[in-house]
Design a protein around this ligand. Structure first.
Ligand code: HEC
Length: 156
């Protein structure tokens, strides 16, 4: 009995580890706008993110701002790199390649600034936690710092 339980636990863990690549296309909520790259103002119609400090309307996504990208990269190097690659591979958390196309920008901002609320309320965040098996710690970024990291992510 004990061994059976152990075996299925190991199986479950192995399956979830493989799944933690973040390539889940179903992650984009219904109503999400796919045209976020071009400074299109209709992006404010997107579904509100849960646990939300941020909605799409707060983010003002236009052309990539290289100054913000540089600041965001510096923050990444110091505070995120240990757990996130800029490629597809997972370190502790998912790799960031293409993250802004598979996730709502407001959702990303909420993950960065408000991770604890997201992990307790947001189903997609909870799914990631089940896959990665580690809670992302709050990195204490200001909203501006988080917004710079989002700009950096848009270049990946
Ligand atoms: C100690 C490891 C760790 C550090 C440091 C870390 N994260 Fe995370 N991150 C995770 C884990 C693990 C997840 C998956 C959710 C969970 O399990 O809590 C995650 C998920 C994310 C996600 C969602 C990714 C996706 O593919 O949907 C974003 C965005 C994110 N982190 C941003 C950041 C930013 C920005 C920083 C730096 C300021 C950072 N993380 C630092 C571990 C970390």
């Amino acid at each position: 009995m004990k061994t059976i339980w152990k075996t299925s636990l190991i199986l479950a863990i192995t399956t979830t580890i493989v799944a933690c690549g973040g390539s889940d296309k179903s992650a984009t909520p219904p109503g999400a706008s796919a045209g976020g790259q071009g400074g299109n103002t209709s992006a404010t119609e997107a579904a509100p993110a849960t646990a939300g400090l941020f909605t799409a309307a707060d983010l003002h996504l236009g052309d990539i701002d290289q100054g913000m990208v540089q600041k965001g990269k510096t923050t990444y190097d110091v505070k995120c790199q240990a757990c996130h690659s800029t490629g597809e591979n997972r370190i502790v958390g998912p790799g960031w390649k293409g993250v802004t196309t598979r996730r709502e920008p407001a959702w990303i901002m909420n993950m960065i600034v408000n991770i604890d609320a997201m992990l307790s309320e947001d189903p997609e965040a909870q799914k990631l936690l089940e896959e990665c098996l580690v809670r992302m710690p709050n990195q204490n970024l200001s909203k501006d710092e988080a917004r710079d990291v989002l700009e950096f992510m848009r270049t990946l």
